[in-house]
Design a binder for this molecule. Sequence first.
Ligand code: BGC
Length: 580
Amino acid sequence: MKLNGQRRWAAAGVVVATTAATIAVALTAPPAGAAPGCRVDYTANQWGGGGFGAAVKITNLGDAVTGGWTLKFALPGSQRVAQGWSANWTQSGANVTATSMSWNGGLGTNASIDIGFNGSGAASGDVNPTTFTLNGTVCTGAPTTTTTTTTTTTTTTSGNPNPGNRVDNPYAGAKVYVNPDWSAKASAESGGSRIANQPTGVWMDRIAAISGTTGARGLASHLDEAVRQAAGTPLVIQLVIYNLPGRDCAALASNGELGATEINRYKTEYIDPIAAILARPAYANLRIVTVVEIDSLPNLVTNVTPRPTQTPQCDVMKANGNYVTGVGYALAKLGAVPNVYNYLDIGHHGWLGWDDNFGPSAELLFQAANASGATKANVQGFIANTANYGILTEPNFTIDESVNGTPVRQSKWVDWNRYTGELPYAQAFRQRAVQAGFDANVGMLIDTSRNGWGGAARPSGPGPKTTVDTYVDGGRLDRRIHLGNWCNQSGAGIGERPKAAPASGIDAYVWIKPPGESDGASEDIPNNEGKGFDRMCDPTYTGNPRNNNNLSGALGNAPLSGHWFSAQFQELMRNAYPAL
Ligand code: BGC
């Protein structure tokens, strides 16, 4: 799992948020229920060089709109729409038209929808558009409070804005479930008792995992044990929902059991039974966190035609829509259980941290969150770095520095990525997701199970400023050969211990990948678990476009993904940071 493929698709220019402005448009409120009526809140953030982003909130103050909507307005000066989201955007001269997508064409009375676009050509003195029409009617709704938006991250730590009994951050004030099956394996290792009582993710990695497999109890048994561990206090149990049709389309180590077209089996034999168990009254007081389908949607952004990182299977999954359909179904079904908290996977900074991948991924996630009956209310947040090795932050250099006039972003290691670690990546993605239309109170999780990068090889300070590469390579804590490497990485260590609310916008550091469980076999091993052989797990493999043709950096003698890998467990403990 976990994976892959990323690299930048094309280098993009530097834009810096410098100014912000919000304008609320509106005049008088029509009587409730009168048809038609609308309000538009338009918020623009200017970057340097004429670039800007505009968030557009449409509120329907009239009768329900069912058959789709069309919003029109004129842009000032020479402003142009460059790339929009959550609507089909066109521009003719100054006049912009946004029409609804297949999934957001219905707008009930008083319902709102968030759309937006990135633009070019902004000049100082430009005034935001003030006249909007929705389906031909001029929007004259009641004014909203005008607020200036900035790009700061806020954390909501109180309140109960979600439907059902959900709290804002399920980890706040809660214990987290310790999986006895993993705990027993960790304890059996020399020195393992130092971490055996840590909470780890429970992976529902195939249909059989629901009722249990050899050495792994089934879902209901985990939940029973969770109720016992809770002992009447709040407890989070972390489940990984990981069984899409055509799973893991850019890698082979966890290809999965369902073929590309088997969406109905996914629904009826996998998601429905899981949802039915989660909904049992005995489990109603648990806070059930679900990590929804890692590595799926990001693959549809980065590993499809015409990109050089393309795989045939990702093209198939994009074309048949079954990742979007399946994720939407999972969100809707699981989200209907009032004590379930869905967190959607967002890969990691070494995958989606390039401008060409970042925004489009947020948009695709929002699309999936509105597929198959799901709504944004079914998404409580996102998770970064699941089973990957990305460091939280690199302390020895920053993304904005230069060496001898060459920016750090241009170093071989960073390669124009916008982020150097999972923490700034997750915080920025949170904002972008809200811009894409997700709720403002979404929270982030970061998997820190194997991103410690401690031990003897950890640099103690910055590299020499001979060139940008000596500087970055000498100082970076992430010691991978290439940022795109993902399988059983040599030199990795246990990262931050699981912790609630560790930073702004972050609900928790979590250990979703259980340390000691392999990412994939280093050679072909026949099995009936749907596990293939991915050469990224073979230490002799010299790579592919997804790791820019570098050595895989994988440990040798690795068992199948998910199987116990004692040598890796020992190395992870040796290189733990903070040390154990
Ligand atoms: C495997 C799963 C396993 C999980 C956690 C994945 O790579 O495909 O079978 O449960 O890792 O170790």
